[in-house]
Design a binder for this molecule. Structure first.
Ligand code: SAM
Length: 445
């Protein structure tokens, strides 16, 4: 759209651009095309657009054949867009993007998020849409230039801050291009820039306690001119040796640490439980026959290498809204890394029964203790990895404390979303969970 087309569109929609909605409309269609090109959209993609406005980016996205869901808070613009784009692949929701339930996206394939963001809520939108865990393969945003610099800053730069570390932890953040004020109507007060987010390989991020990481980064940047040795004195009493271990100067300030060094610092403040790995290899499990009668015991390795029948428990935890808790298995699990799984699950060990194993797993994996109801049992088969699986359900609203070696995230999901997700992308789930979910559905319907 050029300038006069935008003026005509605003007139016909009855819209006077509102500053409080961050309404600055792009009137350079070549630039709109260039922006959309940077999202590398293909027909298989599911694109979510935040704040479509008069449709400058919308039309370019639709030309690429992808499905598009756009969220617009201004009702007059929402009506205008519905009139303008009659395309079966296009859905417009008249809503506040901050209220949008991002969990819906997990059920879609190849999700990309794009938007010339309304600047008054840009950081809240970033956290809502790209914070971990998410399922986004690429996000492309127009932001205030100053914020774009902060997000893509490197250590040692004055723009590098807690926001940078938190977002760069899970994403490569690229500053693509500065955008002058003159391409908008009305012109914003400051220049803008385009920033692209792509997920990092989770396996390369390292094992650490995410909560502790968040706290020390926040605390470390709370007085950015102060040296960490003084600022973190409450948590660290031997900064001299710690600073050597993470290879930073004794006088380091928060802005000098790369996110890898923040992770190393986290692991020194909250050492990981090395026992978990050694315990796992030493575990012995009951080996059972086709009727689930114990016929011996074997180590974890022997059980899996020889395909012996053995026993496992899966626990589904529901909150008061009836949503089910799923865990994302950590990248370091020997079996099914990075896949989504039941709230808690594990093997029945020697000298324990199914009920005892369920209580133990719930405590070990989620730090929770609630009464559990047994809802069914699956026979051992190739689909369950030769496990007899006893399935339990319980209620808990969280929060949960989980070991980062085992689990990288937990999240409640509405049942309908899990149903669509399982149907659209079964490869996202551990096979044992899929079997449990089938049985749970059969019982519930
Ligand atoms: N994409 C259009 C363009 O490039 O010309 C418009 C961009 S304009 C900077 C921001 C858009 O976000 C406006 O259409 C505004 O009405 C919309 N908006 C503002 N706050 C919103 C919110 N909370 N949720 C969804 N849309 C919002």
């Amino acid at each position: 759209m050029n300038l006069s087309q935008i003026r005509a569109a605003l007139d016909s929609a009855g819209v006077r651009p509102a500053k409080k909605l961050g309404q600055n409309f792009l009137h350079d269609q070549n630039l709109a095309r260039w922006i959309v090109e940077q999202a590398q959209i293909v027909p298989d993609d599911f694109v979510l657009e935040i704040g479509p406005g008069l449709g400058a980016l919308t039309s370019e996205i639709l030309k690429r054949g992808a499905r598009l869901l756009a969220l617009e808070k201004d009702g007059r613009l929402a009506n205008f867009l519905r009139e303008k784009f009659h395309d079966p692949r296009f859905e417009l929701r008249y809503c506040d993007a901050l209220d949008f339930d991002t969990r819906i996206l997990f059920a879609e394939r190849n999700v990309k998020v794009i938007g010339n963001l309304p600047y008054y809520i840009a950081s809240q939108l970033l956290f809502r849409f790209v914070d971990f865990p998410n399922c986004i393969s690429l996000a492309l945003f127009m932001l205030q230039e100053e914020m774009a610099r902060r997000l893509s800053a490197k250590p040692g730069n004055a723009d590098y801050g807690a926001l940078t570390v938190r977002l760069q932890l899970h994403h490569h953040v690229e500053y693509l291009r500065k955008i002058p004020r003159t391409v908008f109507i009305p012109q914003p007060e400051v220049a803008s820039a385009i920033v692209r987010f792509t997920p990092r390989d989770e396996k390369r991020i390292g094992i650490f306690d995410y909560e502790v990481f968040g706290e020390i980064v926040k605390h470390g940047f709370s007085q950015r001119r102060k040296q960490l040795r003084k600022l973190l004195a409450g948590q660290i009493d031997n900064w001299e040796s710690i600073s050597k271990k993470i290879s930073v100067p004794l006088t380091a300030r928060a802005e000098e640490l790369s996110f890898e060094q923040w992770i190393a610092l986290t692991n020194l403040i909250a050492p990981r439980d090395e026992k978990i790995a050694s315990q796992a290899s030493a575990e012995r499990f009951p080996v059972v026959d086709e009727n689930d009668r114990q016929i011996g015991t074997a180590s974890r390795l022997e059980v899996h290498e020889n395909n012996f029948r053995h026993r496992a428990v899966h626990i589904l935890i529901f909150n008061h809204a009836g949503e089910v808790l799923l865990q994302k298995r950590s990248p370091w699990k020997d079996r099914h890394p990075l896949l989504w799984d039941s709230s808690a699950a594990g093997h029945v060990e020697a000298n324990e029964d199914y009920d005892e194993a369920a209580g133990r797993e719930l405590m070990e994996e989620l730090g929770a203790s609630v009464s559990l109801d047994c809802i069914g049992k699956l026979p051992a088969s190739a689909k369950t990895g030769q496990e007899f699986i006893m399935i339990y359900r319980g209620e808990h609203d969280g929060p949960f404390a989980f070991p980062c070696e085992e689990i990288s995230a937990v999240e409640f999901f509405p049942i309908e979303i899990v149903e669509r997700w399982v149907a659209n992308k079964p490869e996202d789930f551990a096979p044992g969970f899929l079997e449990c979910w089938r049985l749970f559905n059969a019982i519930s319907s």
